[in-house]
Design a protein around this ligand. Structure first.
Ligand code: PLP
Length: 423
């Protein structure tokens, strides 16, 4: 067993070292004290939804107890304080992804809504029959189905960039798909099913050279990596709060200011208008143009707290800790007889998908649960990817900043028992 309690890494700026004490970090997460079937919880399902630290839970509770009111409409004190807190959260998210302006941060329900927003506004307005969108074989259903809906409506063409058998994104093959008709490239930054980190800088550069815009699905990137909108020069970037230790019901769509300015509204209603008459309505500037109706006020404040929490821990320290977990988990799991890791890309986030010979992934998940270990089993909302790999399902252990080397040992020991049951 490896010693795991603390780890030293350079911080984001690389100026001085910060220490990452995982056992202290675990104390920030009340749910990790739970026992499951009499055993300590080993939570390895953060890629589906990460647990929330007390800082996030407290920020939401305090907001509801002290400043809660509807935003943007009121002249009274509470409404102004709620508006200030909501807009302060927008600024926190801007800083978190280093966007140039807080006006580029649109609060949405999650990545799914963010991608649908781009499809329903930008793509519906600017793409016509025969125009091409490039996706990849790694995509989550939420970055496939919105484009198919648009395809049915407008006759656009969907092309799919391939991966190799290890789950690596194949850059040269992608570049060959680019054509003068390519209008948009919509790919994931990190695969939720395999952990593959895609070569986003090269993808963005090649797409821009071809005159196409780029949307990245950043759901699995923001919890694991520092992301920088200005350095990436990406056009749209979508992610969900609940994958980055924040609440459900809130997420962010980043869009470049000059693009957002050209886009029509997504939904109509309150908050997004300047004037309304029965003859005609006029709309606010972005981001408010895209935020019709009362937003998820408390959840936005919670997401701001999650961004602060990750920043305070140090994104590079988190990454280093998770990379150590990934290396150890890959080694332990692949050493087990009859077990095969699915997804061995050169660059990965801390996600380990695997199959066991002769055992269904759901049975693995059920038996691991008896040992208090939470993993996901299934197609991970990526059925085309599973089909590409010739699999119906995998079991997936996904790690977060609160996981330990002991968690990896617990997983490996329980998998040995699964093996024995089915031997
Ligand atoms: C979870 C996830 C989504 C969808 O996020 P929602 O929060 O369900 O909207 C999209 N893409 C990836 C890669 C994901 O992991």
């Amino acid at each position: 067993m490896l010693a795991s309690t603390s780890r030293t890494a350079m911080n984001d700026e690389g100026r001085h070292s910060v220490s990452f004490d995982v056992h202290r970090v675990r104390d920030d997460f009340p749910i990790l004290k739970r026992r499951i079937r009499g055993r300590p919880l080993v939570y390895l399902d953060s890629a589906a939804s990460a647990q929330k630290p007390k800082a996030v839970l407290d920020a939401m509770q305090v907001a509801q107890e002290t400043i809660y009111a509807n935003v943007h409409r009121g002249v009274h004190t509470l409404s102004q304080e709620a508006t200030d807190a909501f807009e302060a959260a927008r600024e926190k998210l801007r800083a978190f992804i280093n966007a140039a302006s807080a006006d580029e941060i649109i609060f949405v329900r999650g990545a799914t809504e963010g991608i649908n927003l781009v499809a329903a506004t930008y793509a519906r307005k600017f793409l016509s029959a025969g125009d091409e969108i490039i996706l990849s074989e790694l995509e989550h259903h939420s970055n496939i189905v919105p484009w198919q809906l648009l395809q049915a409506e407008k006759g656009i063409v969907i092309k799919v960039a391939p991966i190799d058998d290890d789950g690596n994104f194949l850059l040269p093959a992608f570049e060959r798909l680019l054509s003068p008709r390519t209008r948009l490239v919509a790919v994931t930054h990190v695969s939720n099913a395999l952990g593959t980190v895609t070569p986003v800088r090269a993808i963005i550069e090649a797409a821009h050279r071809a005159g196409a815009k780029v949307l990245l699905d950043g759901c699995q990137a923001v919890p694991h990596l520092a992301v920088d909108m200005q350095a990436l020069d990406v056009d749209f970037y979508a992610f969900s709060g609940h994958k980055m230790y924040g609440p459900t019901g809130i997420g962010v769509l980043y869009g470049k200011k000059e693009l957002l300015a050209t886009m029509p509204p997504y939904q109509g209603g309150g908050e997004m208008i300047s004037t309304v008459t029965f003859a005609k309505s006029t709309f606010k500037e972005p981001p408010h143009r895209f935020e019709a109706g009362t937003p998820a006020i408390v959840e936005a404040i919670g997401l701001g707290a999650a961004a602060d929490y990750l920043t305070a821990l140090g994104r590079e320290a988190v990454r280093a800790h998770e990379q150590a977990l990934l290396a150890y988990a890959s080694q332990r799991v692949s050493a087990l007889p009859g077990l095969q890791i699915v997804g061995r890309a050169a660059e990965k986030a801390a996600i380990v998908s695997f199959v066991m010979e002769g055992v269904h992934a759901h049975d693995i998940g059920t038996i691991l649960d008896r040992a208090g270990i939470a993993v996901r089993a299934g197609h991970h909302c990526a059925q085309p990817l599973m089909e590409r790999l010739g699999l119906a399902a995998t079991a997936r252990a996904s790690f977060g900043l609160y996981n330990t080397m002991e968690d990896v040992d617990a997983l490996a020991d329980a998998l040995k028992i699964v093996r024995e049951i089915f031997a």
